[in-house]
Design a protein around this ligand. Structure first.
Ligand SMILES: CC(C)(COP(=O)(O)OP(=O)(O)OC[C@H]1O[C@@H](n2cnc3c(N)ncnc32)[C@H](O)[C@@H]1OP(=O)(O)O)[C@@H](O)C(=O)NCCC(=O)NCCS
Length: 189
């Protein structure tokens, strides 16, 4: 995967530890917007040092093909407007290669199709580059925006994952969605 891609409206970039000020501000300003939907974070998550260490760790994960995360940028804006991650990349056995998708948009940029645009671009690239068979996402049942996104992208519901992650201090059941290589590259069916 390349470090930077350009879509119709955005630049999608892999960041490194020198960009910690940007991600610290992005997660800080969206703390309340994201917190109902994602795993509880320790308080230090919102510090520049934690973000620097996270970006450094993500660079190593990228080099080892364990995970890759893109941040999205609009021209004229310094801060990212969103991010998408492809984590838990498992390449062995090759016939079952898979990964997990995660995504977030800044509170001021939802409802404009930015996430659909970024994921319609990135998902086929990630499938092709890592030769994946399957991609999955796990979503709280009440996260209507995220469930609509899954449907738009052609992900299929698979059922409930019990106690998937702690959110608001309680382990919460999630709905699992998946996309297979044959869903996006029909010749692979
Ligand atoms: C989940 C999340 C990324 C979805 O964001 P989103 O803005 O709804 O998704 P998109 O950016 O693809 O925008 C699609 C919406 O914009 C509308 N839209 C407006 N202009 C558009 C355009 N030019 N192109 C496409 N869609 C457009 C679409 O109709 C759609 O609205 P709808 O869902 O009401 O029909 C966002 O709500 C979020 O980050 N939430 C907080 C964190 C979170 O929940 N993360 C996921 C955990 S599983």
């Amino acid at each position: 995967m390349l470090f930077t891609y350009t879509t119709d409206r955005m630049e999608l970039k892999i960041l490194n530890e020198e960009d910690a000020a940007l991600t610290t501000e992005f997660y800080g300003r969206n703390r309340e917007h994201f917190s109902p939907w994602e795993m509880d974070h320790p308080p230090e998550y919102f510090t520049a040092e934690y973000q620097r260490r996270t970006l450094a760790a993500e660079s190593v994960q990228y080099l080892h093909s364990h995970a890759v995360r893109y941040y999205f940028f609009l021209s004229g804006y310094k801060l990212p407007l969103g991010t998408a991650s492809f984590t838990h990349i498992e390449l062995s056995p090759p016939s079952c290669a898979c990964c997990r998708l995660g995504y977030r948009l800044d509170r001021d940029f939802t409802g404009h199709g930015y996430m659909t645009e970024a994921l319609r671009f990135l998902i086929p690239k990630v499938f092709f580059f890592y030769r994946l068979h399957r991609m999955e996402a796990n979503i709280l049942p009440e996260n209507a925006n995220s469930l609509r996104l899954m449907e738009r992208l052609g992900f299929m519901p698979e059922g409930t994952v019990r106690g998937f992650a702690p959110i608001g201090g309680k382990y919460r059941d999630h709905l699992r969605y998946s996309l297979l290589e044959g869903d996006i590259f029909p010749q692979q069916r």
